[in-house]
Design a protein around this ligand. Sequence first.
Ligand code: GDP
Ligand code: MG
Length: 139
Amino acid sequence: MERTLSIVKPDGVAKGVIGEVVKRLEANALKVVAMKMIHMTKAQAEGFYAVHRERPFFGSLTDFMSSGPAVVMVLEGENAIARYRELMGATNYKEAAEGTIRRDFATDIEKNVVHGSDAPETAAFEIGYFFNAFEINAR
Ligand code: GDP
Ligand code: MG
């Protein structure tokens, strides 16, 4: 069993696709074990995306991520990190496979609906960034 962090980003919440995302997770054996709606401050978005601070899009990305509410979730399942990234599709929705969340709902390379951790170490950091142990309903 593996855990990963999922975010329905502010564009996904604004578009009304929270339920659609959750439906796809649950249909693919990714169990939601924690979930809440948050509205990140700019500083919180900068902390979350600190690995990207040298990138040219860092300012724009952290403005976007703090622009409205988002839904953060912890997903659990076999090979959850890679399987959720498969459901999300490529970062650039134009390169994302058909039937993926980003291909179906993204607006552009930045407003791409969802976030998913990319490795076990980043998943651990990202889950701990938003949730404490008592908020994760392991079974
Ligand atoms: P991810 O792991 O697929 O989400 O992609 P990255 O970790 O590479 O980038 C983090 C997020 O930054 C992406 O999901 C996009 O929202 C945004 N992003 C990535 N590349 C670009 C870019 O070239 N331009 C802009 N404006 N945003 C980008
Ligand atoms: Mg990433």
